[in-house]
Design a binder for this molecule. Sequence first.
Ligand code: ZN
Ligand code: ZN
Length: 589
Amino acid sequence: MCNNCNPRFMAFMRAYGGRRDTLRRIGAGMLFTGLPGLSGVGALAQAAPATPAAAAAGPADTIFLARRFHTMSARRQQAQALAVRGGRIAAVGSRTEVMGLKGSGTQVIDLGDLTVLPGFVDPHMHSNFCGLRPWLDVGPFTTRDMEEARRKIAQAAGAARAGEWVSAKMLDPSLMPGKPLTRRDLDAIAPQVPVFVLESNGHVAYVNSKAIELAKVTKDTPDPPQARFGRDADGELNGRLDEPPAFNPFVSALPKPSPSEFVGFLRADLDDAVARGCTALHDCGIGGLYAEGDIALIEAAMKTDPGVRYAGMLVSTHMKKWREMGLRPGELSPRFTLNGIKAWSDGSNQGGTGYQRQPYLGGSNRGALNYKPEEIEQVVREAHGEGWQLGIHANGDAAIDVTLDAFERGTRGAGGHKLRHRIEHCSILHDEQIARMKKLGISPSFLIGHVHFWGRAFRDRLLGPARANRLDPCHSALKGGLRISLHSDYNVTPIDPLRCVQNAVLRDMREGGGVLNPTERITPMQALRAVTIDAAWQCHLDHLCGSLEPGKAADLVVLEKDPLTVAPDAIQSIKIHSTWLDGRQRHAG
Ligand SMILES: [Zn+2]
Ligand SMILES: [Zn+2]
């Protein structure tokens, strides 16, 4: 899906946030919290990156004991103890080996029967939608069907105070059984309170009469260009809004979050990720919403000391601005790193805009490229030439072809080995493309939730079984010698690495209908690598985290059960006991 690649949806988000105004206000918010203003961002980029402090010799600050540590390191895969000094791992090994570092001041934490892994890394998520955090979630991850969505909206309307709106998000009628929403039934459940319900694809919204009144839209209001106010047979508005320009009168009437609220929303998103065991996140669309304002927002949130590292890619559409600001790959501020440049070659397969070699089922539509092939090549040439990693979103198999051509030509055969170029989602992927990727040194990051949540739609309604079988082919990619990672693309699916692991291991489909190509299943260990060391490698963070090895940061997730020994369908529900960053506990389950 990736709302980030839907420019109209981003226009809606900007309108909701107050456009450029929010950028200024967040900049001001940074000054308020003592950070440099936006003009300081470029200067920060030149600051020397913080080098890992070599752990001084001497006794450990903390020693963790547990039944099992899965280190994700080739050198020593399992251990029973781990020592931390100055936030770094000082030793990992058997109890006897590690207890040698115990001094009089060492705290020993005995985790008993629990399992310890490196903190999880979500290699592709987005901060851009944190403004929607307080909106009511009526989407398929939290809501069974359209009836339950109606009940949630009714409950929120009942609890709303005078002047408040009920704003709801993530509705997905393609995945949620039941009748579509109408103005009439929203009026029945919310006669007094204005209601605005947004579909997860960002293309459609629903409103009730009170919202229509406040937005000052009537049956005589003409449709905005390339958008429609839905109407019934006699021309009266039916409450459906098609395409973001039709949302604008409503968005103008909606209360807007303040800059400090924006920072708080992002911080709360980060806290949720820590609660799911993440200690590193990689944002694949920095700048997509408020250009440099996105950087300011992330820096302001990181200044509040969340329990997670943050890294990411800047959108290619503002390349000129990033140059003017003097931004370079590397650490921008403590625990916030810029790695790469992000571009979008096509749209979404479930939206019918992913670019395919053959048409979607039942028609001649093949989807579309967002740019001409030579424009994508140009992005690759420039970013690669300036030393940036590239992450190119490509969902359809034809988009992957074009992306590989762009990498081949734009890097003059040098490929991505050093910069670790990636294809994002890389959804419908064939064996000969895997071979090309291997040759070019390019790796895929899979939105594995596509298989579980949309697999049935791909197989039965959109692409047919042969192509749907090529969706997120983790096993083939590994067999072809690629390092893979698994991501949420939050807010497309929730940040939850254990759920990603389970989806890759099982490939079951939420709508039923069995398993989507069992030959592409991978083992729990392979899937865990894709949310720890291999994800860290793709995010240029593996010198610091992703495995439990001396010298790396003591970023740990402690699990109540061992994902390598529980039944595969129980992996997702393993309780997170605690999450630790630099040896400090940042979440307790
Ligand atoms: Zn994305
Ligand atoms: Zn994407």
